[in-house]
Design a protein around this ligand. Structure first.
Ligand code: C2O
Length: 584
């Protein structure tokens, strides 16, 4: 079987094997072609490159280039010049910063997200740190830590009035998120193709660097280089409420646009959009979802990290499991949800253009970042932890440091948080072994009413719950994954759906069941160009054991919409073997 390379380049050591053994339909869209051939060596094209590419030979249209070479089966010839095919996403050109989109009105934000310009850009060198900045859990932070945090945010807010162009100011820092998420920056060399740091493998490294500089700026504003950003410990029941430090109206950490009512009653975070009002059920759902996105549903490195995204790629090829899961859940839960009120677009937290305006964003993302650390350092799995493709390692971002210097950083330089001078206080991980109980009686496909074959349903719209019969790829104790392809959504809406296998019970408020396979979710955002269709894969290996269906030929996949299902279509659904594990 071909190894699933998490790369944007075309790699093949044996071009002839491709045409003779690929079982995939010929597609003009490279991103959707993943061959699973028994004989080919290594071949994958993962980034959907659509626009003109500037190469030493001048401009070439990538797609024509491929088709001109005989479609995808000729693509292996490109090995001669793989760098012409895909490159890492480059740092944006701030002098060309344009309008970002306000999702609420649909209007351009008139460059309001654009950062100030700088005379020069320096390649960032990590300083030597005398001591690690230890990030505490927000609900356990000491009085002194909270006082420092409040003072630092107060000073940051004051910069907004002193000098709105100071890149360390509160709104300037918030706008970084807007600019990298809502279309202000084009990809260098690809006019009108946005830089989007979500829904791909850029998600973790972008946010890690973003918080790094944010934390350093806060520290320098209060003259304390040991200042460490607290993390919202939402993966532990003790942290599954809004941290009390954010709930004081007079505090600089307060944000008036949070959904205060929903936050206070019943109080427990609903990471999974379950709608349950039972606090115990909410805790169980949250732990189930985190276990799924950290352990159970992950087959490959990019399942966790996010799908490959390179120079020339359409934005949003597919989110990683953690981004897609509890990360999105918190954004949605904190953002105001009153559909008739002035904040019907979930600002601040529930919308990318405004999320950085709520101080809880950085505390939330501190935990998102911590989950990456825990996945790398604690979670035991056969999945390689780090992406090794240069298209990932050399992807670049720009930030202002604490001295107002514009610096360039690379995605591959932030794998180890200790090299960045910080680490996390260790706390219990109650989700780590939260495997759902095995089914006592195995569910029979025939007991599940009104399931139809995929062929009769595609493309699937999620206006209501859908049940699809999908063939397994093998009998026995198969190591398989469910792939949902070409997921297309209205990106200005909050989207969430859950996936179950052979689910007879249909109790949608309870996720802590063996049949739960995983989810898809999205925070509203908008870009100039059309986004790519996303793919996600959900590993089924331990689920098969838990519902005891090793001997079956088919399963019934139930897809339950939780939010705006009418705005979701799924273009393909299949079960395939988990690809051979190679580092990405
Ligand atoms: Cu950049 Cu949580 O989003």
């Amino acid at each position: 079987m071909a190894s699933l390379q998490a790369s944007c380049t075309v790699l093949s050591t044996n071009p002839h094997s491709l045409s003779s053994s690929s079982t995939q339909p010929l597609s003009a869209k490279p991103s959707h072609l993943i061959t699973h051939s028994r004989r080919s060596h290594r071949f994958q094209v993962s980034c959907d490159a659509k626009k003109n590419v500037e190469t030493s030979q001048g401009k070439i249209d990538r797609r024509n280039m491929l088709l001109g070479l005989g479609g995808m089966y000729g693509a292996a010839n490109l090995v001669a010049n793989p760098s012409a095919y895909a490159d890492p996403v480059q740092a944006p050109d701030f002098t060309k910063c344009g309008d970002a989109f306000d999702v609420a009105t649909g209007a351009a934000l008139n460059a309001k997200c654009c950062p100030p310009l700088a005379d020069k850009i320096i390649d960032y060198k990590l300083p030597r740190f005398d001591a690690l900045r230890m990030r505490p859990a927000a609900h356990k932070a000491s009085k002194e830590q909270v006082a420092k945090y409040e003072l630092a945010i107060k000073k940051m807010r004051e910069l907004d009035t002193k000098d709105p162009e100071d890149p360390r100011g509160f709104m300037q820092q918030a706008n970084i998120h807007c600019a990298y998420c809502n279309g202000a920056h084009d990809q260098v060399g690809f006019k009108d193709l946005d830089i989007q740091v979500h829904n791909s493998w850029l998600f973790f490294p972008f946010h890690r660097w973003y918080l790094y500089f944010y934390e350093r700026i806060l520290g320098s504003l209060i003259g304390d280089p040991t200042f460490a950003l607290p993390f919202w410990n939402w993966d532990n029941p003790k942290g599954m409420t809004l941290p009390p430090i954010f709930d004081k109206e007079k505090s600089p950490l307060y944000d008036t646009k949070r959904d205060q009512e929903l936050i206070r009653s019943p109080g427990v975070v609903d990471l999974t959009f379950s709608g349950s009002t039972d606090p115990l059920q909410l805790v169980a759902n949250n732990l189930t979802s985190i276990y799924s996105e950290m352990v159970r549903s992950v087959s490959t490195t990019t399942d966790f990290m996010g799908k490959p995204y390179c120079a020339g790629s359409s934005p949003s090829p597919g989110p990683g499991s953690s981004e897609n899961g509890s990360h999105t859940g918190i954004h949605w839960w904190v953002g105001t949800k009153d559909p008739s009120g002035p904040n019907k677009f979930n600002e601040n937290m529930g919308n990318f253009y405004s999320a950085g305006r709520d101080p809880s964003f950085y505390c939330h993302h501190s935990n998102v970042d911590r989950m990456w650390t825990i996945w790398r350092e604690v979670v035991k799995t056969d999945v390689p932890k780090d992406i090794t493709s240069v298209n990932y390692l050399n992807a670049e971002f720009l930030f202002y440091d604490e001295n107002k210097q514009l610096v360039r950083v690379k995605a591959g330089d932030c794998y180890d948080q200790r090299k960045l001078g910080y680490d996390y206080d260790r706390v219990d991980l109650p989700w780590l072994n939260y495997r759902p109980p095995k089914k006592a009686v195995r569910a029979k496909v025939s007991n599940i009413s009104n399931a139809k074959t995929a062929a009769s349903l595609l493309p699937i719209n999620l206006k209501k719950t859908v049940r699809v019969i999908v063939p397994k790829s093998a009998k026995g104790k198969a190591d398989e994954q469910l792939v949902l392809q070409d997921i297309q959504t209205d990106t200005t809406k909050v989207i969430k759906f859950d996936v179950f296998i052979n689910d007879e019970d249909d109790n949608i408020e309870e996720l802590d069941r063996a049949e739960y396979a995983g989810s898809f979710a999205q925070i509203p955002h908008k870009s100039k160009n059309k986004e790519g269709k996303a793919n996600i894969s959900l590993r089924l290996t331990s689920l098969y054991e838990d519902i005891d269906i090793a001997d079956d030929d088919t399963v019934v996949v139930t897809i339950v919409p939780r939010s705006n299902g009418q705005d979701v279509t799924i273009g393909g659904i299949k079960i395939i073997p988990v690809p051979a594990q190679k580092s990405g």
